[in-house]
Write a protein that binds this ligand. Structure first.
Ligand code: IMP
Ligand code: MG
Length: 182
């Protein structure tokens, strides 16, 4: 696999598609087991998690599982703005439901904390979160997701749904920003 360049920055291969698929299936097994007798509502947080959510949802073989979508935005370029904007809200009733939030990555935790707070207002039966990636060193609010695919250091990554200002979501592998050696 080759390096890729976006906005004049170089990114190198970091997590290959085979490794991603392996973790997606491991997470699906845990979710299948934990929700075996439930009717979970997967809540995909757009835009970043749409590819992960599609793969995870297909890998879960829960007969009564449903999926819906919400849109939040907190990142500009390569850093969190610290402020989360809800762009597209909940269309499904979640009262009494077992909600499983599907996130691409937990960085500062601001988006996740705000979302959990919003959801709690609607009296769900339970709320848990699955995130493909988690940067524990960057977490400043809230708690770790209940299900994590990969714990990674505090570096900027892209691909597999994750973007740099809208670009690179279509890469099948995950890439990391190359350190500039000087
Ligand atoms: P948080 O609110 O700081 O936890 O940020 C969460 C959102 O920021 C994620 O859902 C991503 O959309 C975006 N994000 C955080 N880290 C990265 C990264 O390394 N690459 C691309 N997007 C990121
Ligand atoms: Mg996101």
């Amino acid at each position: 696999m080759e390096e890729v360049t976006y906005q004049g920055l170089s990114f190198e291969p970091y997590i290959r598609r085979e490794e991603i698929a392996k973790q997606v299936h491991r997470l699906a097994e845990e979710i299948n087991r934990d929700y075996a007798n439930e009717k979970p509502l997967f809540l995909c947080v757009l835009n970043g998690s749409f590819i992960f959510a599609a793969d995870l949802f297909r890998a879960c073989n829960l007969h009564d599982a449903e999926i819906t979508f919400i849109r939040f935005k907190s990142y500009e370029g390569m850093s969190s703005t610290g402020e989360v904007r809800e762009i597209m809200g909940l269309s499904e009733g979640i009262e009494g439901r077992d909600v499983l939030i599907v996130e691409d990555i937990i960085d500062s935790g601001v988006t996740a904390a705000q979302l959990r707070k919003e959801l709690a207002k609607h009296n769900p039966k339970s709320v848990k979160m699955v995130s493909l990636l988690f940067k524990p060193e960057a977490l400043s609010v809230g708690k770790a997701p209940e299900y994590v695919g990969f714990e990674i250091p505090n570096k900027f990554i892209l691909g597999y749904g994750l973007d740099l200002d809208g670009l690179a979501r279509n890469l099948a592998d995950i890439y990391v920003l190359k350190e500039v050696k000087g």
